[in-house]
Design a protein around this ligand. Structure first.
Ligand code: C5P
Length: 224
């Protein structure tokens, strides 16, 4: 795998799992941009900055020391030197992340950071799989391959709830589906870099595919 594979789509489409496995299989790097927005959100929550105050949110995010590792076998996320990889998946962060990621200055900062991690990956191993919402549209508009993963909201809510219970987080399927729908709406209606497929992205509907089915489709696209 050479260059950038941009993997976008809403939550619950299986993006993270397939992005990591794809990167492992091709000895490429892996960048989880959602983890960066989540760690930035955790910083805002810890600082108790009001979520509806873009200046206060920006100040916290600017001061935060966010570090993400790009090894697909050991993805790491640290905030101010502390491993926060479990905490950023919890309900508090999930509930607040769309508000933080809608702040334009937060996006500018994180997109700059993402581009520098991507440049570093390209100069070291030559290939990187980047997952998020705006990779093909904003972060790397000239990516060699852009894929937009979709799945029905019911399927995505079910996947999220399986992941949540595996991690010991309890929520009813109804609550999880409501949360998935709420984030879809917020992420796709925000003013800056709304969630949408790039015009040149290949759409892959994962509703009826398991992880290995999605992976084989992606490998086909990489090898085309
Ligand atoms: O992918 P994940 O569910 O971890 O992303 C968490 C949130 O981060 C998304 O709901 C979205 O608000 C934000 N995000 C974003 N742009 C990205 C990646 C994630 O706005 N490239």
């Amino acid at each position: 795998l050479r260059g950038v594979v941009a993997l976008d789509g809403p939550s619950g489409t299986g993006k993270s799992t397939v992005a990591r496995q794809l990167a492992v299989g091709y000895t490429a790097r892996y960048l989880d941009t959602g983890a960066m927005y989540r760690a930035a959100t955790l910083a805002v929550l810890r600082a108790e900055a009001p979520l509806d105050d873009p200046a206060a949110v920006t100040e916290v995010v600017t001061a935060a020391d966010l570090r993400v590792g790009t090894d697909p076998s050991h993805p790491t996320v640290a905030l101010d030197g502390e491993d926060v990889s479990a905490e950023i998946r919890g309900p508090e962060v999930t509930g607040a992340v769309s508000a933080v990621s809608a702040v334009p200055t937060v996006r500018t900062r994180l997109v700059g950071h993402q581009r520098s991690l991507i440049r570093e990956a390209l100069s070291t191993v030559g290939g990187v799989v980047v997952e998020g919402r705006d990779i093909g549209t904003e972060v790397v508009p000239d990516a060699g391959l852009k894929v937009f993963l979709t799945a029905s909201v019911e399927v995505r809510a079910r996947r999220r709830s399986v992941q949540d219970s595996a991690a010991g987080r309890r929520a009813t399927l109804t609550a999880t589906q409501a949360d998935v729908e709420r984030r879809d709406t917020l992420d796709s209606t925000r003013a800056v870099a709304p969630l949408r497929a790039a015009p040149d992205a290949v759409e892959v509907d994962t509703s009826d595919l398991d992880v290995s089915g999605v992976l084989s489709r992606l490998r086909e696209l990489v090898e085309q």
